[in-house]
Design a protein around this ligand. Structure first.
Ligand SMILES: Cc1ncc(COP(=O)(O)O)c(C=O)c1O
Length: 382
């Protein structure tokens, strides 16, 4: 199946009892057994639920993986993955990443003895020096949140294979419409499903997709059931519904963002624009090679390098709403330094470019002329 067909049919079948075309919401905590242990494959909804199962199969199919698992948030998905490691294990992570992932790594798992090194993956040749005998996994975000750096997944996967490391990619910003890391050599993909996958800002959810339905998949399924951070069936239904238009939404997100990036790039009150679709972006070539479009996320700085200038812009937009999160049909703007990335110390975040005048846009699927007019009038407030 091609991608557009997979969004609608991948891993999903009409309900065999009624013929319902939409996956029913199995709003049940338990399932009857005719005698102990004799049942129809479902015992208790933390362990298995048919609506959740349909979504897990659908997401695995979109990511070209063998096993999908969904969780009650993106961070719960990462948390479950981290539980597969032991004290003393080391994880190499991209140094520009979602603040909540950074907080989970440094403020929770570091205390349990897992070590994290935050490094740049810009030059894959420089990564080798950070690998030790204790290194177990490479964790990448690409495009990175919020600096929109692009990491060459294929190059890093060659390295991870050479050193027998697990390669995990947070694919939240791209979605499988734009990029399928498993095809580029990753072992595992993570999503904040809350974002593009769900697409309508009405659900908080996470997912892991594993390349092979082998030991790691089994261990993650064991942890999903043992630790219990599972989403409810109603939310799974909403995401199944959202995914049916993922390809259409992503197409428009990309079109709109491309035009807005060009508009911002030419604006006299704008400093730097970070969008992988711009030829001036330092990783434009890698993005063109590994992505099927450049996405709906843009970051930019105001030319006046102050928090006041950035605040004037994001407090005066009318169509772009000031809010955390991204990937919904509606356009949002945010201030990473004080919002999504506030958990990262100032000196650390500024090193990767998250300065006080940085604004992040999640470009929605509204009419692009309205979006540009909105930014134009907001920039006039500086
Ligand atoms: C790139 C990325 N990864 C992970 C997460 C965490 O996901 P959630 O908010 O669903 O827990 C987010 C949330 O913004 C994110 O942007």
């Amino acid at each position: 199946m091609k991608f557009a067909t997979k969004t609608i049919h991948g891993g999903i079948a009409p309900d065999e009892h009624t013929g319902a075309i939409m996956t029913p919401i199995y709003q049940t905590s338990t399932y009857i057994q005719s005698e102990p242990g004799v049942h129809k494959g479902y015992e208790y909804s933390r362990t298995q639920n048919p609506t959740r199962e349909a979504l897990e199969n659908n997401i695995a199919c979109l990511e070209n993986g063998k096993k999908g698992l969904v969780f009650s948030s993106g961070l719960a998905a990462i948390d479950t993955l981290l539980k597969t490691f032991s004290p003393g294990d080391e994880i190499l992570s991209s140094n520009d990443l979602y603040g909540g992932s950074y907080r989970l790594f440094t403020k929770v798992y570091q205390d349990f003895g897992i070590k994290f090194k935050f490094i740049s993956f810009d030059n894959p040749g420089d990564v080798k020096q950070h690998i030790t005998e204790n290194t177990k996994m490479i964790w990448l975000e690409t495009p990175t949140n919020p600096m929109m750096n692009i990491i060459d997944i294929k190059a890093i996967s060659d390295l991870s294979k050479e050193h027998d490391l697990l390669l995990a990619v947070d694919n939240t910003f791209a979605s499988p419409y734009l990029q399928t890391p498993i095809d580029l050599g990753a072992d595992l993909v993570m999503h904040s499903v809350t974002k593009y996958m769900s697409g309508h800002s009405d659900v908080v959810m996470g997912a892991l997709v594993v390349k092979e339905d082998a030991h790691l998949a089994e261990r993650l399924a064991f942890l999903q059931n043992s630790c219990g951070a599972v989403p409810g069936p109603q939310d799974c239904f909403l995401v199944l519904r959202g995914i049916k238009t993922l390809h259409l939404r992503m197409q428009r997100h990309c079109e709109n963002a491309g035009k807005i990036a060009e508009f911002l790039d030419a604006h006299p009150k704008v400093g730097r624009v970070y969008y992988p679709g711009l030829k001036s972006h330092p990783n434009h070539d890698v993005a063109s090679r590994q992505m099927r479009g450049f996405g709906g996320m843009i970051s930019f700085t105001t030319k006046e390098p102050t928090v006041e200038a950035a605040t004037k812009v994001i407090s005066n937009t009318k169509v772009f709403h000031l809010a955390e999160s991204l990937g919904g049909v509606e356009s949002l703007c945010g201030h990473p330094a004080s919002m999504t990335h506030a958990a990262i110390p100032k000196e650390v975040r500024e090193k990767s470019g998250v300065v006080d005048s940085l604004i992040r846009l999640s470009v929605g699927v509204e009419d692009v002329d309205d979006l540009i007019d909105d930014l134009k009038q907001a920039l006039n407030h500086i």
